[in-house]
Design a protein around this ligand. Structure first.
Ligand code: SF4
Ligand code: SF4
Length: 187
């Protein structure tokens, strides 16, 4: 699993709400999300084996914005903090105070509410800050740890119902998203 490391801003000393869980996140690489939960399937569905193609179409299920086993973290860099704060009409300091905490390793993370991201509308499965969602959300599930030899890793299929659906991403598109995720800590 890609771990995006950040260490910015003041230490708020808020305890980790999900101890013992591993890195991760949510969101999605798609520019649009299909409204219906569980919908959005297409004739291109091929979840058993994708023939080497990286097919993906977000269904808008919202599952990647919830705590799922070891996946429970959304990391933020300074640019992402600024973008989220601006979208919400808040100062960065107020955003950090209200929505983030600094973990034991000094990384700034979104503070989850119960079992999901504070910006997930559980009813609709929609992200309330979609335009400013963090890179790890924007690039999911195109993380290098979820792609092996140009194919989706089994874990990607297990955690994201959009994997294997929709159009095939080119290797270049997938690589671009993976690199964006890996460089998110520079933002
Ligand atoms: S910021 Fe949006 S896309 Fe990212 S985890 Fe939260 S609700 Fe999901
Ligand atoms: S789990 Fe996959 S299909 Fe569901 S919202 Fe997240 S990216 Fe989209």
């Amino acid at each position: 699993m890609v771990v995006v490391m950040f260490d910015y801003g003041d230490d708020l000393s808020v305890p980790d709400p999900s101890p013992g869980t591993r890195v991760s996140a949510s969101g999605c690489a798609a520019d649009t999300r299909v409204a219906a939960r569980g919908g959005g399937d297409t004739e291109a569905t091929d979840r058993g084996g994708n023939g080497g193609k990286l097919r993906f179409e977000c269904t808008g299920c919202g599952d990647c914005c919830k705590v799922r086993d070891d996946y429970a973290h959304v990391y933020l860099n300074p640019g992402e903090l600024r973008s989220l704060a601006a979208l919400l009409g808040m100062s960065v300091a107020a955003f950090k105070r209200n929505h983030t905490y600094k973990d034991a390793l000094g990384w700034t993370q979104l503070r989850f509410e119960a079992d999901h991201c504070p910006f997930l509308d559980p009813g609709s499965g929609k992200c309330e800050v979609y335009e400013a969602r963090p890179t790890q959300c924007r690039t999911y599930p195109f993380w290098r740890s979820l792609i092996t030899d140009g194919r989706w890793h089994e874990e990607a299929r297990r955690y994201c119902e959009g994997v294997g659906r929709g159009r095939a991403y080119t290797p270049e598109e997938a690589e671009s998203l993976m690199v964006a995720q890996e460089h998110a800590d520079e933002g």
